[in-house]
Design a protein around this ligand. Structure first.
Ligand SMILES: Cc1cc2nc3c(=O)[nH]c(=O)nc-3n(C[C@H](O)[C@H](O)[C@H](O)COP(=O)(O)OP(=O)(O)OC[C@H]3O[C@@H](n4cnc5c(N)ncnc54)[C@H](O)[C@@H]3O)c2cc1C
Length: 351
């Protein structure tokens, strides 16, 4: 009996969308199943009371090859994250060279940089400095929405519970496919594909406050070398559309479990102002923020776990949008080549 689809992609994050775009462009029937109500996975935002709130501090890097290749930057308005020659301000004092890069990289990897492979550290730091990353008008969701736009056949609000012998079981139905691509976070991939090695994921929290009076110079991205807050800045000073006119929206991130009063206390010290009347607009705790990529882990892990069953995502590559998208691109290429070969063999056999 023939399968329902050439491919099923589980998850409409950046890796799944990148794979689905290529597979559908090559003419392969591809169903995407996404448990949430929208595309983008970790790259998403909410608009609440006129504030644009990204789920975590996240920028779009125009230098990433897969972002360039997607061609969607022309549709978006990007404001560079860095204003001027000096990329960021350090709060907490600078005594040696590592006092500069370590706090910045802690905010990128959401862990102590020394726990991350040196190659990944170098590549991502370089891409930040060279790629002119920026904020998207409308929030990072605008990027995900644009990436998803050409993808047909996405089932939102449907969760995959098991995958076995080419059959995907969801809370709604069963579907079969020649190729199945699991494009979820590391923890879910490990539940769906039991033979996969476990990749831990780091958690992070981003706090959005509105200041009761305008703080000058707060649009400069500030990384902190001490305390729980790892970075903070007035995102609405960089991108005014992130807040209603006259309001100043601060984005501040923490890694450890921290109380709101402690965050407020640290922000008072960093911004040298009384923050007791700042309004907390939202708090996003993202339990599965980033996979750990320790020394010794290869740049890419094996994608095909058993014939026809692939696992992609940043945890099979490296922890970034580029890593996630590259895993999707590579696997789509393998599946397309295989499908084209099978089709030409089928045609030969009929002659
Ligand atoms: C706070 C934060 C800041 C970041 N900042 C940056 C940055 O500035 N630059 C950068 O390059 N990277 C950044 N990243 C990393 C980047 O966002 C990720 O590496 C990338 O988005 C991962 O994409 P993915 O497709 O691998 O996984 P995900 O985005 O996790 O997508 C997986 C998808 O699968 C869906 N799913 C899960 N389980 C199921 C199921 N059972 N059935 C169906 N669907 C399911 C999920 O809902 C989700 O949509 C940041 C990440 C975070 C959290």
């Amino acid at each position: 009996m023939s399968a329902d689809f050439d491919c099923i992609v589980v998850g409409a994050g950046l890796s799944g969308l990148t794979a689905a775009r290529s597979l559908q462009s090559a003419g392969l029937s591809t169903l995407v199943i996404e448990s949430s109500d929208r595309p983008g996975g970790r790259v998403k935002s909410d608009i609440i009371d006129g504030y644009t709130l990204d789920h975590g501090f996240q920028v779009i890097n125009r230098g990433y090859p897969n972002i360039k290749r997607s061609g969607i930057l022309d549709e978006l308005r990007l404001t560079p994250m860095v204003d001027g020659a000096i990329p960021f301000r350090i709060s907490g004092g600078v005594h040696k060279l590592s006092d500069l890069s370590t706090p910045f990289l802690r905010g990128v990897f959401l862990t102590e940089p020394k726990k991350v492979s040196a190659r990944i550290r170098f590549e991502i730091y370089k891409s930040f400095l060279q790629g002119r990353p920026g904020f998207v008008d409308g929030g990072v969701s605008a990027f995900s929405d644009a990436l998803a736009r050409p993808v047909a056949d996405i089932h939102y609000g449907e969760t995959v519970h098991s995958i076995e012998s080419g059959v995907v079981q969801t809370d709604h139905a069963r579907y079969s496919a020649e190729h199945i691509v699991v494009a979820t976070d590391a923890v879910t991939a490990n539940q769906l594909v039991a033979s996969l090695e476990v990749t831990p994921m780091i958690s992070s929290t981003t706090w959005y406050h509105v200041s009761d009076s305008h703080i000058g110079g707060a649009g400069r991205f500030t990384v902190c070398s001490t305390g729980n807050v790892i970075n903070t800045f007035a995102i609405s000073d960089r991108v005014p559309s992130y807040a209603p006119h006259g309001k100043q929206l601060f984005s501040s991130s923490t890694l450890q479990v921290t109380s709101e009063s402690e965050v407020r206390r640290e922000l008072s010290k960093i911004w040298k102002t009384d923050t007791s009347r700042w309004e907390l607009i939202a708090r996003y705790e993202i339990k599965k923020s980033l996979p750990v990529h320790p020394s010794g882990k290869p740049l890419y892990s094996q994608f095909e776990i058993e014939p026809g069953l692939f696992v992609i995502g940043d945890h099979r590559a490296y922890p970034s949008q580029q890593g996630a998208m590259e895993s999707g691109r590579k696997v789509a290429r393998v599946i397309i080549e295989r499908a084209l070969r099978a089709r030409s063999q089928g045609a030969d056999n009929q002659r």
